[in-house]
Design a protein around this ligand. Structure first.
Ligand code: FUL
Ligand code: CA
Length: 444
């Protein structure tokens, strides 16, 4: 339910127009003129983000903090005469703005002389430990599955168990992201698009991050009925690359593209991790910042007025006939209250009566996921004055599902749960009229 958070890539690549540095770049190239973590935090706050993740160490091995375990760090750079520490500045700014702080560290290291030898895993674990002990709370550890060659031409066999335990030792509640979790999984593409079918469960027995991961199509949809709860995170960059380059200043994604991404991620039961690279000054650039504000405004306007709020709703069956499981919970605007049926009833429908014909173009559904993700197929009907007419047929709902339609008018909406793994438990049905200015690009 964190929905939407910020990612930033920052490091030597910011200055060299590269996406994957070789690790042989001089540390001196890292020389931002005016790093201001408070500007980042303020921009995030204004854009409505509550969490952020920083690339503390990318594949080039460069550490944005003065690590004891590397000679390729801010300490050797020209920035602040080697006295700077990006993690320190950012973690303090996050604390000041009430933002959660998350870290990306790439185990693939094209600089470290020990990479590709058995000694490296312990070194990487110590590096992780440093980050997790020195900068306060860390809500998420982002593990990149990329595994290439190091300076000696060898690849590393990663000790994922050791890396995970190192994180959990300091931050037992941290979400560990990788292709296969265990906390959160990759969505299988870098476009920010979750599958229309998106289960928060995944089979990971026999799988691992990187080359050992399930196929991207599987990550994109999860596995129905799987044993592990590993909800998806969709990562995508606001620019063509993950790192800043002046060449992409005029290629910041349009509001329509970002709106489509929002609907295809948050609107399909995934969290959206939106990368906005920090520029050569060490600031969020104007074009990116303006676009973030437009996106915020668009999302706020889209979901400002729930046309179904407090409207009368009825259901085919209510668990034990009890009021606390009744259909009115579907339209009370609260996630914590839900409609549900008897255990043996896995199909059912509910009708929300809007009172009069209203114009809408979004329907938002939520399952009460503390009790698991259950719905496997559903359809949506609207009342055309004399009968219900089907307007959509879908599979999963999960924490949040947003369906988009061309503007239409109706006085009653019916949702039919056609298939579920257990009796359906639905928190909310909400109805909105989003601004029509942005045309969403449907599908992948
Ligand atoms: C990938 C990396 O190789 C890219 O450079 C970027 O960091 C992306 C988020 O993850 O695996
Ligand atoms: Ca509710």
């Amino acid at each position: 339910n964190m929905e939407y958070y910020w990612f930033t890539h920052f490091g030597p690549n910011t200055f060299t127009d590269k996406e994957w540095g070789y690790g042989d770049e001089s540390e001196k190239v890292f020389n931002p003129t005016s790093v201001d973590a408070n500007q980042w935090a303020k921009t995030l706050e204004d854009a409505g983000f509550k969490q952020m993740i920083l690339t503390c160490k990318h594949h080039d091995g460069f550490c944005l903090w003065p690590s004891k375990y590397s000679t390729h760090t801010v300490r050797q750079s020209a920035w602040k005469n080697g006295k700077g520490d990006v993690l320190k500045e950012l973690s303090l700014a996050c604390a000041a703005y009430g933002l959660k702080f998350g870290v990306y560290l790439s185990p693939w290291d094209r600089n470290h002389p020990d990479y590709g030898t058995p000694a490296y895993n312990a070194i990487f674990a110590k590096t992780l430990d440093e980050v997790h002990t020195q900068y306060g709370d860390v809500f998420e550890q982002w593990f990149d599955g990329a595994n290439g060659e190091g300076p000696n031409g060898k690849k590393q066999v990663y000790d994922w168990k050791l890396f995970q335990n190192t994180v959990y030792k300091q931050h037992p509640n941290a979400v560990i992201f990788s292709d296969v979790g265990p906390g959160s999984r990759w969505i299988g593409n870098e476009k920010g698009y979750a599958g229309e079918t998106n289960w928060s469960t995944l089979n990971i027995d026999g799988f691992g991050p990187g080359a050992d991961a399930p196929k991207p199509e599987v990550l994109n949809s999860g596995n129905k009925n799987a044993k592990y709860w590993i909800p998806s995170e969709a990562d995508v960059s606001i620019r063509p690359g993950w790192f800043y380059s002046p060449a992409t200043d005029d290629k910041v994604k349009s509001l329509a593209e970002l709106a489509a991404i929002y609907h295809a991620s948050v609107g399909r039961n995934a969290n959206l991790l939106l990368n906005v690279p920090v520029d050569r000054r060490g600031l969020i650039s104007r074009n990116d910042s303006l676009r973030l504000m437009e996106l915020r405004k668009y999302i706020d306007e889209s979901f400002k007025t729930n046309l179904a709020l407090k409207k009368k709703s009825t259901a085919s069956q209510v668990r034990g006939g009890l009021k606390r499981f009744g259909a009115s919970n579907l339209t009370d605007g609260k996630f914590g209250t839900y409609w549900t049926t008897n255990d043996n009833i896995k199909k059912g429908s509910f009708i929300v009566d809007l009172g009069k014909a209203v114009e809408f173009n979004r329907i938002l559904l939520q399952e009460y996921i503390p009790l698991g993700q259950r719905v496997a197929a559903f359809s949506v009907d609207v009342w055309d004055g004399s009968q219900f007419k089907e307007i959509d047929r879908q599979t999963t709902i999960g924490y949040k599902r947003i369906l988009s339609f061309p503007l239409m008018k109706t006085s009653k909406i019916r949702v039919n749960i056609l298939d579920a793994l257990a009796c359906p438990v639905i928190s909310e049905l909400q109805v909105f009229k989003a601004p029509e200015s942005e045309k969403l690009t449907p599908g992948n």
